[in-house]
Write a protein that binds this ligand. Sequence first.
Ligand code: GCU
Length: 331
Amino acid sequence: MRTVYLAFTAALAILFLAGCQGQADGTQLKLAHNQTLDHPVHLSLVEFGRLVEEKSDKKIKVKIYANGQLGSEREVLELTQSGAVDIAKASASALEGFEPDYSIFSLPYTFEDYEEFEKKMNDKSVTDHLYYQTEEIGFIGLTYYNAGTRHLYTKDREVQDVTDMRGLKTRVQPSQTSVNMIEAFGGLPTPMAYGEVYTALQSGVIDAAENNETSLVGNRHGEVAKYYMYTGHQIVPDMLVMNAKRFNQFTDEEKKIIQEAAAESTLYHEDVWTKTIEEMTQTAKNEMGVEFIEVDKTSFMEAVQPLHEEYRKDERTKDIYQLIKGADGNE
Ligand code: GCU
């Protein structure tokens, strides 16, 4: 409790000092995220900040708080709602707790492949819907970043099909849809914040987790988890969201600068992402001894069919399902 209190006080002090500094220097936007400094998303956020500064002739600057120093994704989203943080990068799974439509990304095997996902994310009817509907709860979307495809990894067990998932304590993001997914696979879901996963794997609180390849190296999960199975169960983007009031205080021209910088940083990110995934996979394989295993996805896909049936009928989710998958679920 005391540690939580001290961390909270420290976060507030950082925000206060940054705020004072910002006033002397023109407008400074505070951006928070939970990745390390060598992570591709961090590099793309640095590019976003550079573009904002360049396009605004240094009138608007972006100060980045990385490594979860201002809190977990849920916490920084709350800070963004209240305006204590201006911009947050968070997984679409974390956003599910704020806006149910974001759960579509955690519904397993929604997209056949990255191309289908990318097509939807370049469709303005999809992104306008996602980005602006949260305005009334305090933030809007600016852009998304490729966060790869999520696969399962375990400490000491090869998983070939869902029968191997029995009793497997598996960390998921704090997202009900991801909890339902692991249950449907037959495992035991354990939702927790990203920053706690390494210790939980190491101490045996969990046996497994699921994520893209960067978590093995950037967050060192590959030191403890030695089996990485290509289950490809989710394509969950990272979202960049901004406090709505703060955004609306800018002139139209400034708003455009922020939105264009965001969109350009998403394109920049695609190259950085592809390169980093290749490098980190090699590092995990050759330096950390992680085994990468191809699996037959059939049993995983079959196990979650009932989730799709429920999702497309449920009053709360049927519209977003239709928007993304089309009326017959096959678009
Ligand atoms: C990805 C994502 C993060 C998220 C993490 C998680 O790495 O980019 O935003 O926090 O997954 O599993 O929690």
